[in-house]
Design a protein around this ligand. Structure first.
Ligand code: UDP
Length: 401
């Protein structure tokens, strides 16, 4: 990853930052933090609340990582907060103390997930450091339980100095929850290192066939790629149902059940079997080389059935110069403009998705035009450089508060 240097203004070079993230897995929030923590490697540190591949990726960038884990706290899940919290209380108290003790050694405390928010912000009376929260979720009742929303509301009102949302959609949902004005919340979209996609150069049909061979994919069929963790709201079932309406097209599902959604993964296999498309669905699991997998596709589809807070995979598909079809809700509509730089479909509508794939397949010129515009827009609006510059500025502003 090529990391630009931080902005040379606002005294940002001297600021030290403690980052906290609850996950050891690699989701969108963690990829966003990876580049930012890499930028601050020499004067920052990351505290994780669980072990996992995220740690290895951070350390490969020279980032100092500490894991402060508690089984009981890790076991608290979104919808089962009521009793989970009680059992987890001693673990919570010790994690709050441990994070506060670390935070005292830094200028700013940067919290990247919701458990990180709770554990980091609760210790504010002890560490007295300015707190910034990078919000990666749409805080709606659809997604989060009542208790969790009340806790977040209280934290934001009393313990957080600055909230930065990953999209206007995330900011608006938080404003609705907390009653705070939207213009008090900053919005910084994720940035993507588009240079990784450039390293492939221009691929002709022969290059793509060779790439597919290397990845173990069929060489001479039309490939639709769906990237993202396996989870019901990511809508892999919609893509499989759409596939049953299409002939000759194959679907590649890239991603894994990162947070225990194994029953859903199993259902997807059964669904493919029931619809008679098993031969045309390729489950390839989590991949570290997403740019190569994207380059091997004819179209990238995004099928979330609930509003996506941001959707890095959409920008990555655009950066790969592939036509992207995505569901029209949440942060996605801040990235894709229908028929301009991509194609929007309604949530959960397998027929519309199948029609969109057919349209792009039948019109290679249209598909190429969308892909070219998508590439230009990804580079202009969602660059890694721009993301790091804006985030560095937000951290500096928070330190001054
Ligand atoms: N990703 C990956 N390997 C996979 C599947 C996904 O590295 O097999 C990455 C993907 O490239 C993207 C991130 O995981 O950068 C997912 O982020 P997104 O914002 O799309 O979804 P989230 O995980 O935040 O819901």
């Amino acid at each position: 990853m090529n990391l630009p240097q931080p902005a040379e203004n606002a005294g940002t070079q001297a600021l030290t930052v403690l980052f906290v993230d609850q996950s050891g897995q690699l989701g969108g929030a963690e990829f966003a933090l990876l580049s930012l923590a890499g930028l601050y490697a020499s004067r920052g540190k990351v505290v994780l609340l669980s072990e996992g591949p995220f740690r290895t990726r951070l350390e490969a960038l020279g980032v100092h990582v500490q894991v402060i884990g508690s089984k009981h706290v890790s076991n608290i899940h979104r919808q089962s907060m009521r009793f989970g919290w009680l059992r987890a209380l001693p673990g919570i108290a010790s994690q709050v103390r441990a994070i506060a003790a670390e935070a005292k050694r830094f200028d700013v405390l940067f919290l990247n997930t919701q458990k990180a928010l709770v554990l980091g912000a609760l210790g504010k009376p002890f560490h007295r450091r300015p707190v910034i929260w990078y919000l990666h979720d749409i805080m709606s009742a659809q997604h989060f339980g009542f208790v969790q929303r009340v806790i977040v509301k209280w934290m934001v009102r009393h313990m957080v100095d600055r909230v930065v949302a990953n999209s206007h959609a995330s900011a608006q949902a938080l404003a609705a929850l907390t009653g705070c004005a939207t213009d008090t919340l900053a919005v910084v979209h994720n940035g993507i290192d588009t240079s990784i996609f450039d390293s492939f150069g221009t691929l002709d049909a022969g290059d793509i066939a060779a790439l597919r061979r290397r990845l173990g994919l069929p060489e001479h069929v039309w490939l639709a790629g769906l990237f993202g963790r396996i989870a019901p709201w990511k809508g892999q079932h919609v893509a499989i149902a759409a596939l049953a309406r299409l002939h000759d097209v194959h679907l590649v599902l890239v991603g894994d059940a990162l947070y225990g959604e194994h029953a859903y993964a199993q259902e997807l296999h059964s669904l493919a079997q029931r619809l008679g498309v098993t031969e045309r669905v390729h489950f390839v699991g989590f991949r570290d080389d997403v740019p190569a997998w994207m380059k091997a596709m004819d179209v990238i589809v995004h099928t979330s059935t609930e509003p996506e807070p941001f959707g890095r995979v959409i920008v990555e598909g655009m950066a790969a110069t592939k036509p992207v079809i995505a569901t029209a809700a949440g942060g996605v509509t801040e990235i894709i403009r229908h028929r301009h730089n991509g194609w929007l479909v309604q949530l959960g509508d397998e027929k519309e998705l199948a029609d969109a794939v057919s349209t792009l397949r039948a019109s290679p010129d249209l598909a190429q035009r969308l892909a070219d515009q998508g590439r230009a827009d990804a580079q202009r609006d969602f660059s890694l450089d721009g993301f790091l510059r804006k985030m560095t500025q937000e951290i500096a502003n928070t330190a001054r508060q």
